[in-house]
Design a protein around this ligand. Sequence first.
Ligand code: NAG
Ligand code: NAG
Length: 454
Amino acid sequence: MRFHLAAVVSALSAVSLAAPVIEDVKRSSPPLPSTDSFYSVPENIASYAPGAIINHRAPPGAIAAFGLDPLNLEATYQISYRTSDNFGNATSTVLTVLVPSNADTSKVLSYQVAEDAANINCAPSYAMQLAANPGGLLGTAVTQAEILLIEAALYQGWVVVLPDHEGPTGAFLANHMSGHATLDGIRAALASTSITGIQSSARVAMWGYSGGSLASNWAAVLLPAYAPELADRIVGAAIGGTVPNIANVIDTVNKGPFAGLIASGIMGLSHAYPVVADVVKTKFEQPEKFQTVLSQCLVPDILEFLLADVKGMVTNQSLWTRPDIVALLNYNSLQYASAPPSTVPFYIYKSVLDEVSPVADTDNLVNAYCSAGATIEYTRDLVSEHGSLAAIGAPKALVWLKDRLDGQPAASGCSTNTLVSSLLDIATIEVLPSFLIEALSALLGGEIGPTFFG
Ligand SMILES: *[C@@H]1O[C@H](CO)[C@@H](O)[C@H](O)[C@H]1NC(C)=O
Ligand SMILES: *[C@@H]1O[C@H](CO)[C@@H](O)[C@H](O)[C@H]1NC(C)=O
């Protein structure tokens, strides 16, 4: 996911105006994950069961944007826990736990951030801290903006947990890893009662947009085989800005404003696949340009490759049809994986004009899932595009999540609605406090206007 920079700047300035405290705290950055032993994978990691808690602490820095949160967080934690990498081998990652002051500890939202970077130092557990180094100018601005959605969830009284779902190396697009890390983060959360107060029998819902939709959707897909005991804990998943087919995203964004996603995706995959790291070094033109992605976060990646023909930056175009490359892209594409179980109902929202991943791919995915017996409410939104629907679609997603976490069963089977705008649904506004509506409007450009997006 990416919001237009001007909108992000406008949203962030609205945030800092409302929260002068931020300036006071902005003195020293917490240690980078790459230098912080809390993030190291223990040598005996294989002796831990998936989801087992390895260590915990208070975050070194305060969680950002909460200076303006009238709810005030009761407590925040970081938990390192055992998970499994893209191939099922033992590894570890970090979960952030946010407990609002009016917490209902029987309701947990697992929120997957759209980190979309190939660098451990862009992990949400780090990026959400007030004085975090953003990995380049506005590097983690999207994560910062997503804090507004997280606040909307905290306002409901839910405990929000956020896994660093790209794992200990920043393996963006190694999507089995993201699914495992999401499920194991939920296991760790449910096992953290003595630390966080979360009830072990809590209901859990998942939410994510774009890169965060990948982690959430994969978690549901992998659940029956990887974490069957969570089947009666997870009550639903709200998934927006879906990206079912990586190869089609590459074709869609190449030469456009989002072309940098190809570079961060390739470098993310290089962490999981040595063959990809090798291909970049030996078969790409300007390999050093791609290496810069390893030390910065999403927004600088986008700027680095703005409008670039990234697909063309290879010495031989046949690379893109090489069977092993095609196979690894497909292995990490939802289109080629099984459907989620019917016990995990989905709310899917997608802009009909999405310029990152064509809506047809999501239409096809929904059809395939529904044929396999999934439970899905699918909203196709006409007046939006990829970046803006993250905010426009959020209130309706939140209402759907609230019903699930309140214990209301989802309507069985599948339904599809094409709406002029997901925002023109007054009932959804009632779940949001006015300060958040204002912040979301700022994110949507406010007086700058929607034409500036993407
Ligand atoms: C990880 O898993 C793969 C595939 O199952 C295996 O070939 C490899 O040896 C494993 N690596 C480690 C470090 O265990
Ligand atoms: C590109 O690679 C293909 C497949 O390896 C090969 O057949 C072709 O000759 C190569 N083209 C060039 C210009 O090197």
